[in-house]
Design a protein around this ligand. Structure first.
Ligand code: AQP
Length: 345
């Protein structure tokens, strides 16, 4: 079996309202993985335009996500930070994967169903093909590990199916040209972590999301201490006091969500939170949650503001990252063309 160089790839869409779910489910994991892997972190701007975007806002949002990466602790010198559209190989490989993936596979994707809603006929072709571009994002670097929130699990499985089918369909060509039995690794999702699925503050059964019409459903990096306090105090709860053991959270999605958020932000096990606050009313627990959220998110927001005040610096980081990303992507794409049988100049 072919051994692949261990490499992490992941991305975040620059679609505004970067929130606590993006931080706890993804970006904080990105930071932790830097010590053990070579990491490539991408602002996936081509994914963003699968739904309509205002061009000036898109530009600002690309810089916002880049600033968040850096402010959270990603080191763009040791690792790679860039925006997807600067590396054309993503789109090139995505086309090949459009010809590998089956329509039946894409029809099963729940994110498309949710985002297209009832007006499916009017959704963009890009929104439908989103997962094949995501597979290309990962595999153009032959990345082996992909940290994502739980909502992306199905897309990751599709990426594995695409890698496997490419390896099978072109097995003879791969062996002839590379001497190996597989060209693409089957990328492993890394979904562990204290909060792989952060839920809306207004409804504990819905995930916290950028596109929720209520700003009270999420904590964002743009929130100051007052906004955080207001949103946490308004967060939906139930009339019971907090339980002292995890079993007592079952059937109480809002309580479970707030406890999970607290534990993740304070970096303590959930059981320790329940041992501390068991029997307490939500009002006092919410005060403690505001304190920990402000302490954690405040310095990140401040650093993001500083970085965003110098867009030329952010653009230079992205340019440098794109050049280095391209150095990895180009030879992979050239091999793919050879494997498929294209003639290269
Ligand atoms: N609620 C969440 N809990 C944990 N992780 C989450 N992620 C998103 N929401 C949560 C993770 O954040 C990473 C970047 O997400 P994205 O920007 O690429 O796409 P998304 O999942 O579409 O983000 P949203 O906020 O949910 O946007 P909308 O409202 O458009 O659907 C991913 O790793 C994702 O898992």
């Amino acid at each position: 079996m072919t051994a692949f160089h261990q490499r992490v790839f992941s991305g975040v869409q620059p679609t505004g309202n970067l929130h606590l779910g993006n931080y706890l489910g993804a970006i904080r994991r990105f930071v932790d993985l830097q010590d053990s892997y070579e990491c490539i972190y991408c602002v996936v701007d081509m994914h963003a335009i699968t739904v309509a975007q205002d061009p000036a806002e898109l530009t600002a949002n690309i810089r916002e996500v880049t600033a968040a990466f850096i402010a959270c602790g990603i080191d763009p010198k040791k690792h790679i930070v860039f925006n997807q559209s600067q590396v054309a190989e993503h789109a090139e490989l995505a086309w090949i994967f459009n010809c590998i993936a089956r329509i039946g596979w894409l029809n099963r994707m729940t994110q498309f169903k949710e985002k297209a809603g009832k007006d499916r006929e009017n959704a963009s072709v890009g929104l439908y093909a989103y997962p094949t571009l995501m597979a290309a994002d990962i595999l153009v670097y032959r990345a082996t590990h992909v940290p994502v929130g739980e909502d992306q699990k199905q897309h990751l499985e599709l990426s594995r199916d695409i890698a496997q089918k490419f390896n099978n369909d072109y097995a003879a060509s791969i062996t002839r040209l590379t001497g190996s039995d597989a060209f693409f690794p089957l990328p492993e999702p890394l979904i562990q972590g204290p909060a792989p699925r952060v839920m809306s503050l207004r409804d504990g059964t819905k995930k916290m999301s950028k596109s929720d019409p209520s700003d009270y459903s999420r904590l964002t990096f743009a929130d100051d201490a007052d906004a955080i306090a207001q949103k946490v105090r308004k967060a939906k709860t139930d009339p019971e006091p907090l339980p002292s053991e995890a079993a007592g959270l079952s059937g109480r999605p809002e309580a479970e969500n707030l406890v999970t958020i607290y534990a993740a932000l304070a970096d303590v096990p959930r059981d320790a939170v329940l041992a501390q606050f068991g029997g307490a009313q939500f009002s006092s627990f919410k005060n403690a949650l505001v304190d920990v959220a402000v302490a954690k998110l405040g310095p990140i927001s401040a650093e993001m503001k500083k970085l965003q005040a110098d867009p030329a610096h952010i653009d230079a980081v992205l340019r440098d990252g794109s050049i280095r990303a391209r150095e990895i992507a180009r030879p992979v794409m050239e091999s793919v063309k050879d494997i498929v049988g294209f003639i290269r100049g």
